[in-house]
Ligand binder design. Structure first.
Ligand code: ATP
Ligand code: MG
Length: 438
């Protein structure tokens, strides 16, 4: 294999990482940076972590780096984590993987002293470059692909996706985050091997899916590759009301690309189209929460997305009283998400005015929550009201009157208002009409 090498490329490597590379080399081994850190550095991005590949086997790595604290992270597969200046750095022996009979893990891992063989097992050419004291080592022409903004498999794409179907989603993720186009053979294989994704653990897919969805080019990728998403979400293969499948996914992709790169918002945009599916579950949020749970989405994000989708049909307007009442019921953050969801789908609402009014209400300190009232339960206990649900009802009633500007939010004014209108309250309360809208 030709070893494409370049001394002209210079990467900015943190001092602790450089020291580990040098120590391994002084012990007589090869040591190179590999994978994501090389890719990101060459693209001018900040690498999230620094991975080293070496010709030294794990025991030799540990003895060469005996001055460092090490953790046997995956020693049988060749990985040792070395902590240098509080920075965890993974050092992995060059290895060859084979077998993959389950479509997700190699049956055999053997160590090798040849860097090219280690690079050959990696997924995409841009992830199969190494950088060390000899400069850039690039046997699969990853730098060329990077310059041409092309995502290409190392080796035969179909076989590579059959070995480990997670690579399909990694491919979509890199394309969505970096804006790279997918090389034709790689693209064809992504689609033809999509059903193997069923073998992949949900949490591995979720990790890639969330990165993909918040990528700058997520919508474009989703539009082109939607049948792959339908494997993960079989619910999305249902009949669609009047609209072609392609049209639905196009609308969604465009909405995603119009939106901010926030995971909750983009999940809401993604699932919003379930509304257009003919036989979708009557309670949309139930089927969405099932799908997100299946993917191992964290509960906080799941609850938030479902809440936004429950409110998806809210009528939003910049009218102060109506907006305050919605803030009281749904909360400010949820309303902002609903607004952004509508904006992404280009609904006709005066978005700017609504946002301005939301901001104004918040900064003005005007009351839209029981906790913001200038009175609390103890004030009514002092007036002889029994502790219990009645006090909550009084506070809700007062809040409504403050929001409707029938009363100012001052303690004496509120107590006076209660004294003057308590018959109205008890009458309304008796006819069960109080508190229904808050
Ligand atoms: P990120 O920036 O998200 O960390 P990454 O490419 O660095 O992206 P890692 O999971 O850190 O992803 O993997 C490090 C390297 O290991 C990759 O760059 C690639 O060379 C290789 N790799 C990771 N997962 C696979 C896989 N499923 N198949 C083949 N090679 C892989
Ligand atoms: Mg990485």
């Amino acid at each position: 294999m030709v070893r494409e090498q370049s001394h002209e490329i210079l990467m900015n490597v943190p001092v602790p990482v450089r020291k580990i590379l040098n120590t391994l080399e002084r012990s007589g081994y090869e040591a190179n940076l590999v994978g994501g850190c090389v890719r990101d550095s060459l693209m001018g991005l900040t690498p999230q972590d620094w991975d080293i590949a070496t010709s030294a086997e794990p025991a030799a790595v540990k003895s060469s780096l005996s001055g460092y604290y090490t953790i046997d992270t995956g020693i049988h597969h060749g990985t040792i984590t070395v902590v240098a200046d509080n920075m965890p750095i993974e050092v992995t022996t060059y290895r060859i993987e084979s077998g993959y009979s389950d479509g997700r893990h190699p049956d055999h891992v053997i160590f090798t002293t040849e860097l090219e063989k280690d690079l050959a097992r990696r997924d995409f050419t841009i992830n199969a470059m190494a950088y060390g004291n000899k400069g850039l080592i690039d046997p699969f022409y990853g730098l060329n692909d990077m310059r041409g903004k092309i995502l290409r498999c190392v080796g035969e794409p179909e076989q590579r996706f059959r070995e480990d179907a997670l690579r399909i989603f990694r491919g979509l993720r890199f394309s969505a985050c970096l804006g790279f186009s997918i090389e034709q053979k790689t693209f064809t294989a992504l689609l033809s091997q999509k059903d193997s994704l069923q073998n992949i653990a949900a949490e591995r897919i979720w990790t890639e899916f969330r990165k993909l969805l918040t990528g700058k080019y997520a919508g474009k990728v989703i539009k082109k590759t939607f049948p792959i998403f339908a494997v993960i979400f079989p619910e999305l293969s249902r009949n669609s009301e009047g609209m072609s499948f392609l049209k639905i996914w196009e609308r969604m992709g465009e909405a995603i690309d119009r939106s901010e790169r926030d995971l909750i918002l983009r999940l809401a945009i993604f699932f919003f189209i379930w509304d257009t599916l003919q036989d979708s579950c009557p309670d949309l949020s139930i089927s969405i929460s099932q799908a997100l749970r299946r993917l191992r989405c964290d509960t906080k994000s799941l609850d938030c997305v479902c809440e936004v989708l429950r409110c998806r049909n809210l009528n939003l307007c910049p009218e102060t009283i109506a907006l305050k009442k919605q803030m009281a019921v749904y909360g400010e953050s949820c309303l902002r998400y609903v607004l952004a969801l509508h904006q992404a789908y280009q609904k006709s609402e005066p978005f700017q005015e609504i946002k301005q009014e939301l901001d104004r209400i918040l900064t003005s300190g005007e009351c839209f929550q029981i906790g913001m009232l200038a009175v609390n339960g103890r004030d009514f206990e002092a007036l002889g009201v029994r502790r219990g649900p009645e006090i909550g009802q009084i506070l809700r009633w007062l809040l409504e009157n403050v929001m409707e500007e029938h009363c100012t939010n001052e303690k004496t004014a509120l107590l006076q208002f209660f004294q003057n209108h308590r018959e109205v309250f008890y009458h309304a309360e008796g006819s069960a009409s109080i508190g229904t809208c808050i």
